[in-house]
Design a protein around this ligand. Structure first.
Ligand SMILES: [Zn+2]
Length: 318
């Protein structure tokens, strides 16, 4: 019997630590360099290498090749991949021969704000489609030389992350083009723009949004939607309530939030009030008197491995 989508997802997830160890070993040899580079480019290279080492692991699975392999969606931008049946014809337009799709994102920890965006429309995501995030940084190899190393990764279902992203987009005053009421007055229903995000100012957030909602002659689209860190920011009581409800009720939302906040700790500190941080600290048995959010958060990270589970339980804002 052929491998199922669920089995293929589990297999790719199980092989990921091994694939990333191999990737890091290769990178330490091949990309060892003086200087290093903060700009874009390296992230895409690491994503491609992850595919290569995952496929190598799948080929060697238990001495026998697994029934699946990862291929590139040639017309997609940015990098999108699909896990496909090894011995079947693959037709990307109909998804025939596919087990699940995989959107790969990389984030450089040395750069203040990540440029990585997850912008796939919710309605284009199938139930088993996954998101993979590689966190990487330049690491010293010797006194003079550095190499890029992946420090942490997440593979999770893409749909719940998209739903969290969309809910917070609406809480921020944004909207989505709905069928039959397109700002371009398209005749079809649904038209090509259905599902496209518009920001609070009514401007399009993706290149594919309605022409009339282009932000300006110089800027094609606003490009805030789906920023992997930015999508979790909350600037109102409503947004914070939605954030907390999603985190409390959805396993993947919690996993995604915890992952981003572990790697971008200031975001986590700002998400909760000082009183809330002290409440969690008290619960974990720490002394809390007069401690700031930052101090409390740092202590919790150092002493209480499960502190993010405690954050998950905070529902009502103080
Ligand atoms: Zn339209």
């Amino acid at each position: 019997m052929r491998i199922s989508s669920i089995e293929a997802v589990a297999l790719v997830r199980a092989e990921a630590p091994k694939a990333i160890r191999a990737l890091n070993k290769f990178s330490a040899e091949a990309f060892k360099t003086r200087g290093g580079r903060l700009g874009s480019g390296m992230g895409s290279l690491l994503e491609a290498l992850w595919i290569y080492f995952t496929n190598r692991a799948l080929h060697n699975e238990g001495g026998d090749a697994a029934d699946c392999e990862i291929g590139w969606l040639s017309d997609h931008e940015p990098n999108d991949f699909a896990c496909v049946l090894r011995d079947a014809i693959w037709t990307p337009s109909t998804r025939a021969g596919e087990l699940f799709r995989l959107e790969a994102k990389s984030m450089n920890l040395s750069v203040d704000e990540s440029k990585a965006h997850f912008t796939e429309l919710s309605l284009a995501i199938a139930p088993h489609d996954q998101l993979i995030i590689l966190i990487w940084k330049w690491v010293e190899v010797d006194a003079w030389r550095f190499c890029p190393q992946v420090t942490e990764h997440l593979i999770c279902p893409a749909q719940p992350v998209a739903l969290l992203r969309d809910a917070l987009h609406i809480a921020r005053g944004g909207s989505f083009v709905t069928g039959g009421v397109c700002p371009d007055n398209c005749p079809g229903n649904p038209c090509l723009h259905t599902g496209e995000p518009l920001n609070a100012a009514g401007k399009r957030e993706r290149k594919g949004g309605p022409d009339i909602t282009r932000p300006s002659a110089n800027v094609s689209f606003a490009n805030n939607f789906g920023g992997l860190v930015r999508m979790l920011k909350t600037d109102s009581a409503t947004a914070r309530r939605i954030f907390r409800e999603c985190r409390a009720t959805d396993e993947t939302a919690h996993e995604y939030i915890s992952f981003i906040h572990r790697n971008f700790p200031s975001e986590e500190i700002n998400q909760y009030t000082a009183d809330e941080w002290r409440r969690i600290g008290k619960h974990a048995g720490l002394t809390v008197a007069k401690k700031s959010s930052r101090l409390m958060a740092e202590e919790l990270r150092a002493t209480t491995p499960g502190y993010q589970e405690l954050l998950r339980d905070i529902l009502k804002e103080d």
